[in-house]
Design a protein around this ligand. Structure first.
Ligand code: FAD
Length: 328
């Protein structure tokens, strides 16, 4: 049976969590048919020495493509290389993350291969000769099941929708040359500005504590940050209402016109649950909502709800989470 090609993303010369999510999704597809997973890793010189985790998460072979230009993700050359490899290897599917980089690469690869593309899917499985994926549509109100036929197909998986799982293989690497010289690329990334935050990235955090206008003032976000700190593995998100008001940076915005997230736990604090906000977080595994209005729409999708004043409830929750973590 044809193998699966995963694209394992790097940034700043390091593997990203979404790389392991893509390999895990590819592994599940390959296991259904007894096929292999080959993972393609792009990065600057030396990235080949950092791919152990890719084999640990189920890649039978790790294809390493090193070039200085891949430090800044040269999409033109990378997509040409993925497509060339997909053609040569006769793969059944190309699986990557629907991260910002993956959203840039996946359509280019699909166009080069004249292949079907399912972007931003939340699950992927083999179904006989076809590949079946779930894709949130209408801002997440409808979950569409798509059946992809033919080979190869291109699939990008929403960050955090798949939990990376260890499925160790012996590390086997192979160097791959770029299929197109990055020097010839027509678009060049000249500079990348890293965010100043040392906090977890929203796309990678297993827990997100998000705040809305119900917090009443920018300074009350300290309560949201305290709860995030208490968890130790949480990032802080926000609604557009508060990013528009300048209480939080726009990079924190979750929703239709912000980040799409699927953490294990999403805590919505003083958020009404407007459809545009739900579009960015409704695929979270567990949703907790705190709102003083028992009729707030957020409660319709929440697994757990607390009706009350968020300014009083947050300090109590923070204390409870700290105590629970200390006792373990
Ligand atoms: P509100 O809707 O004002 O809700 C505040 C909530 O806090 C209320 O439910 C209230 O009951 C509760 N509350 C008040 N006081 C307290 C208290 N003391 N304790 C507990 N609860 C309290 N929004 C996004 O978030 N992301 C997007 O990407 C996005 N994109 C958009 C795109 C378009 C084209 C448009 C038109 C809108 C978009 N919006 C987006 C805006 C969206 O429609 C809502 O206006 C916004 O999400 C509301 O934010 P909020 O929940 O913080 O505020």
């Amino acid at each position: 049976m044809a193998n699966i090609l995963a694209v394992a993303e790097t940034r700043g010369g390091e593997l990203r969590k979404v790389a392991l999510e893509a390999v895990t999704a590819a592994r599940a597809l390959a296991d259904a048919t007894g096929a292999q997973v080959h993972a393609l890793v792009f990065g600057p010189a030396g990235i080949g020495g950092k791919v152990e985790a890719v084999a640990q998460h189920g890649a039978d072979q790790v294809l390493v493509c090193e070039h200085a230009a891949y430090d800044k993700a040269d999409a033109e050359s990378m997509s040409a290389t993925i497509a060339a490899r997909a053609k040569d290897g006769g793969y059944r599917a190309v699986v990557m993350s629907a991260s910002a980089q993956g959203k840039d690469l996946a359509p280019r690869v699909a166009a080069k291969l004249d292949a079907p593309l399912a972007g931003d899917v939340t699950s992927v499985e083999a179904a006989g000769d076809t590949i079946r994926v779930k894709h949130p549509t209408y801002t997440g109100k409808v979950i569409t099941t798509l059946v992809l036929t033919g080979a190869p197909v291109v699939v990008s998986v929403r960050p955090s929708a798949v939990t990376p799982s260890v499925n160790a293989r012996p590390l086997a690497t192979q160097a791959v040359a770029p299929a197109s010289d990055p020097a010839a690329s027509r678009v060049k990334v000249t500079e990348v500005f890293a965010g100043t935050s040392t906090k977890l990235d929203l796309g990678e955090a297993p827990v997100i504590i998000s705040g809305g206008r119900g917090l009443k003032a920018a300074e009350n976000f300290k309560l949201v940050e305290d709860l995030a700190d208490a968890f130790g593995n949480a990032a802080v998100g926000a609604t557009r209402a508060v990013t528009d008001d300048g209480w939080r940076p726009h990079s924190d915005q979750i929703g239709q016109t912000g980040r799409l997230v699927s953490p294990d736990l999403y805590v919505a604090c003083g958020i009404s649950g407007a459809i545009q906000h739900l579009a960015g977080m409704r695929t979270s595994r567990t949703i907790v909502a705190i709102n003083k209005d028992a009729e707030a729409p957020i409660f319709k999708i929440a697994d757990y709800g607390i009706v009350g004043d968020v300014l009083e409830i947050l300090p109590v929750l923070t204390q409870a989470v700290r105590a629970a973590r200390q006792s373990h």
